[in-house]
Design a protein around this ligand. Structure first.
Ligand code: CA2
Length: 148
């Protein structure tokens, strides 16, 4: 069975590539998702991507991962990274391994971005590598789920 990877994008990431390119680059969200889908296919895995600006919808999608056979989650929770106990509880509750990704280097930015409610539950954290950070996370996911 092909491994199933879920990529979750939090609030405002639908604006990728259209605003603040100095922080988040020029790649749009559809372009990023297409790139990640192609990468996972080439590695023999399948990928589903979901973006929402609403905390409850993200919690619902995390819970749904329990039922849809998701093996690994790659998540950029956006600003909810720094605020959401609900997303933390959902990820802790489903017990599916995940990597936390940030496009920007949050440690070079405001102090409130230095704390994450997710990091201590994650297999790993990638920050500051732009879209390449997601690619690294997908490669890690495939290897983690099915070691060569
Ligand atoms: O660096 C990241 O990936 C962040 O998760 C992005 C969040 C921010 O709140 C985190 O601290 C770090 C913000 C996402 C906003 O995305 C936009 C993209 C384009 C234009 C405007 C916002």
């Amino acid at each position: 069975m092909a491994q199933r990877i879920l990529v979750l994008h939090g609030p405002n990431l639908n604006l990728l590539g259209t605003r603040e390119p100095h922080l988040y680059g020029y790649t749009t969200l559809p372009e990023l998702n297409a790139r990640l889908s192609g990468l996972s296919s080439s590695l023999g895995a399948s990928l589903d991507a979901f973006q929402s600006n609403h905390e409850g919808e993200l919690v619902d999608r995390i819970q749904a991962a329990l039922l849809d056979g998701t093996d690994f989650i790659v998540i950029n929770a956006g600003a909810y990274t720094h605020t959401s106990v609900a997303m933390r509880d959902a990820l802790a509750g489903i017990n599916i391994p995940f990597v936390e990704v940030h496009l920007s280097n949050v440690y070079k930015r405001e102090a409130f971005r230095h704390h994450s409610y997710l990091s201590d539950l994650a297999q790993g954290v990638v920050a500051g590598l732009g879209p390449q950070g997601y690619e690294a996370a997908v490669r890690f996911a495939v290897q983690y789920v099915q070691p060569a």
